[in-house]
Write a protein that binds this ligand. Structure first.
Ligand SMILES: Cc1ncc(COP(=O)(O)O)c(C=O)c1O
Length: 400
């Protein structure tokens, strides 16, 4: 894959080594051009005006919904636009908790989850007297399917888990977990924020009840999606109340528009949603998710080899086998603080994320004071990995 040329950030920052796509990806020229063209020629509010600009704007917004839902294997009515993954998670947690959670219920969550898939559940569980059962990995940070099985009780109502961990890169066995859940009448919600940019992801095939993704990791800012299974159609209560969600309002009552509208109250980030559609078209144009997965697999193999050869004193968190991982690698050195590493890498224009990656509970459980995470996307190449590995090697010499 030779995609760097499609991303103007690299033309404008020729020395940049960008290994922070797990935090947010760069934007291809196609997305930038689409947003700018739309803003210059078509922008107006959607769903309301009957003048041609508004009709065109609505058409393009809904076209993006069709592109995105087709790409991720979900019905367009079940694809709810949000401003990011966190909002999508909160919409689901709020509605699910209102409808289904009762005192004494339990929710299973791997301790490695991003805060976006922990805090909403903590918040709503406390209100309802529901218990969160965290499941824990082995000392390397690796989970097995049996840990999910063992955590199940007759009180389990929901399993909330990520497809890919944003710290360990581990790919979770979604289909097995869904099968286990269905057999026991348990709901599932999947955080797909770190899988959607890296692996072929088909919502319907995976069979979860709900999932959420975030656009900015796929090359488009300011958007996310909540995907709902058919059994949730028109079931979740609204999360925000106001314009663009109601059919009629009287002094006494209001009636809702059908899904997805009633879950998308207020003016959305119209140009960003249109940019998100363009981002998916860009991904299709460069060969689709299978090609991206293969590209990143090569990078993972290469990175593991380099780390083993050149940084034997650094500890990698998560599976040792690159086949069990996707997109990111977090590591640490017991004698070097991650903030020092961040500053020194920053001086070399190497962009990585250091610290806890919004996954504090995992770091606390593993008793790690912070990790350095390199993460990939379509524009990453072996030279980026070399620069990172060589820089860490120099830093180690400086401190040890
Ligand atoms: C695994 C995972 N879940 C959820 C999120 C939250 O996404 P957002 O920041 O777009 O709300 C992130 C973002 O870092 C993530 O990595």
């Amino acid at each position: 894959m030779n995609c760097k040329k499609d991303f103007p950030i690299f033309k404008n920052n020729p020395d940049l080594i960008f290994l922070d796509s797990a935090a947010s990806s760069q934007k291809p020229q196609k997305v930038i051009d689409t947003i700018s063209h739309f803003s210059e020629t078509n922008y107006s509010n959607i769903h309301r005006g009957l003048y041609s600009l508004s009709l065109q704007s609505t058409e393009q917004y809904e076209k993006s919904r069709n592109i995105i839902s087709h790409f991720f294997g979900v019905e367009p009515q079940n694809c709810i636009f949000t401003k990011n993954g966190t909002e999508a998670s909160n919409i689901f947690a709020s509605g699910f908790s209102e409808l289904f959670l009762e005192k004494g219920d339990e929710i299973i969550i791997p301790v490695s989850e991003h805060h976006a898939n922990i805090l909403p559940w903590m918040h709503f569980s406390r209100k309802k007297g529901v218990k969160i059962i965290f499941i824990h990995p082995d000392e390397k940070g690796v989970f097995s399917f049996h840990q999910f099985e063992n955590a199940l009780t007759t009180n389990t109502k929901l399993i909330a888990f990520a497809h890919v961990s944003n710290v360990t890169g581990q790919i979770f066995p979604v289909k097995n977990i869904v099968q286990l859940a269905k057999k026991n009448n348990i709901y599932t919600v999947l955080d797909a924020c770190q899988s959607a940019p890296h692996l072929p992801f088909n919502f319907t095939e995976l069979g979860v009840d709900a999932a959420f993704i975030t656009g900015h990791k796929l090359g488009a800012g300011g958007t996310g999606c909540l995907f709902l299974s058919e059994k949730f159609r028109e079931v979740l209560p609204p999360y925000l109340f106001g314009g663009d969600m109601v059919d009629d309002v009287t002094e006494d009552d209001f009636s809702l528009l059908p899904q997805p509208s009633y879950l998308e109250s207020g003016t959305p980030a119209i140009e960003n949603v249109i940019g998100f559609g363009a981002a998916i078209e860009y991904i299709e144009n460069i060969g689709g998710m299978k090609k991206i997965e293969a590209h990143e697999k090569k990078l993972l193999d290469y990175a593991f080899h380099q780390l083993k050869q050149k940084l034997p004193n650094w500890k990698i968190v998560g599976p040792k086998n690159p086949d069990e991982r996707s997109g990111n690698i977090s590591l640490y050195h017991e004698k070097i603080h991650h903030s020092d590493i961040a500053v020194l890498l920053g001086e070399k224009n190497i962009a990585v994320r250091t610290g806890f990656h919004c996954a504090n509970p995992l770091h606390h459980f593993l008793k790690i004071k912070g990790t350095v995470r390199m993460s990939f996307w379509v524009y990453t190449d072996e030279k980026d990995i070399d620069a990172f590995v060589n820089a860490l090697s120099e830093i180690e010499k400086l401190f040890c």
